[in-house]
Design a protein around this ligand. Structure first.
Ligand code: PMP
Length: 362
């Protein structure tokens, strides 16, 4: 049998592991930070009609620049962050924010260039960075998972990275960054600064979005996704807001017609039902805060969370707890620093199942 090692694969890919969040069929899946609420019957009907509308012209390529979708996304962001004042020229969309990140690295990274992040953070940042031929530099988060501006600035000045990734709220810790940290990084960074806001809609009251920093900062990119709060992970739609010149740069690397007509139609329909889809966010936030309280009450250490998941510990053998939960039908994620586990926020029933399984597993 031929193995990977027998193939003339790129030297720098040899021995690498693919992204591997286990996809298991379980009664309670709390492992990939999805929104647990499926689309309503009304939305399912609207999505079906939107797909039927484009089905008759699938012999033609879709709008290569996804203009109508980008207009809808800009309108959504302007509602989410009053004062953002974004136009569709400042918004770009792709198949998940992972593809957005890949396009950013294709345009601003590459051989001979470096990207910096602060781990523990989203595991795909280093993976996409390396696959794009870019060198990865991990400058670490602080002990409390925050990012002390002076230390971040010192790391940037030492390494002069072409791209800096900040994740806020951070995955897997849930930590949101104050704007001062982002501003300090922007002032020090010689290249692009990407603020990955995949979980922004879950942020607590008073936690600002980096979108407010876009005016006057053409090297800032804020990425978002419809996979989390928007409950559309299956659609694969991620997007960014930045200076129009950044969008011009990404046009150089994107594949023509990368966003299918079906994706564009489904995403626009979901955005038109945005109030309904985002209607679950407050419920999930409350469920998250209850979960944090419960875990602390049980004596666990819990990181403050502005997202729809919670990092908790500390377990000398976290694998045993993870397995104990799985044996009881509850799948969470063994991710982040050793001794910690991450659980996504689900429905009230799912969280009750998690609490019962935890009591039986520790
Ligand atoms: N950024 C962060 C911080 C994430 O946690 C994720 C998904 N886990 C993504 C980006 C990618 O999401 P998607 O490609 O579904 O938009």
């Amino acid at each position: 049998m031929t193995s990977l090692d027998d193939l003339p694969i790129r030297d720098d890919l040899r021995g690498r592991e693919p992204y591997g969040a286990p996809q298991l069929e379980v009664p309670v899946a709390l492992n990939t930070n999805e929104n647990p609420y499926p689309p309503s019957e009304r939305l399912v009907k609207a999505l079906g009609e939107a797909v039927a509308d484009v089905a008759g012209s699938l012999n033609r390529y879709p709008d290569r620049d996804a203009v109508a979708l980008r207009e809808d996304l800009a309108a959504f962001l302007n509602e989410d962050t009053p004062g953002a004042g974004l136009t569709s020229r400042q918004v770009w969309a792709a198949n998940g924010s992972n593809e957005i990140i890949q396009q950013i690295l294709q345009a601003f990274g590459g051989p001979g260039r470096a990207a910096m992040g602060f781990e523990p953070s989203y595991s795909m940042h280093p993976i996409i960075t390396r696959v794009s031929g870019t060198r990865w530099i991990d400058a670490h988060r602080d002990e409390d998972f925050g990012l002390e501006p002076a230390r971040a600035v010192a790391a940037i000045e030492e390494h002069r990275p072409d791209v800096v990734f900040l994740t806020s709220p951070n995955n897997p810790t849930g930590t949101a960054l104050p704007l001062e940290s982002i501003e300090a990084v922007l002032a020090a960074a010689p290249g692009m600064v990407v603020v990955d806001e995949a979980y922004a809609e879950f942020r607590r009251a008073g936690t600002p979005s980096a979108l407010t920093l876009l005016p006057g900062n053409p090297r800032l990119i804020v990425t978002r996704t419809m996979s989390k709060a928007f409950a559309m992970a299956g659609t694969r739609l991620g997007y960014l807001a930045a200076d129009p010149a950044v969008v011009d740069a990404l046009l150089l690397v994107r594949l023509p017609y990368h966003l299918s007509a079906v994706t564009q139609a489904v995403a626009r329909t979901a955005l038109a039902h945005g109030a309904e889809l985002l209607g679950t966010v407050d419920r999930l936030r409350r469920e998250r805060d209850d979960l944090v309280g419960w875990l602390r009450g049980e004596g666990f250490t819990v990181a403050d969370s502005d997202a729809n998941f919670v990092l908790f510990g500390r377990f000398p053998d976290r694998g045993r707890i993870w397995r104990g939960l799985l044996d009881r039908g509850v799948l969470i994620r063994e991710v982040g620093p050793p001794e910690w586990l991450r659980v996504s926020v689900g429905t009230a029933e799912e969280m009750a199942a998690f609490r019962t399984a935890m009591k039986e597993s520790v």
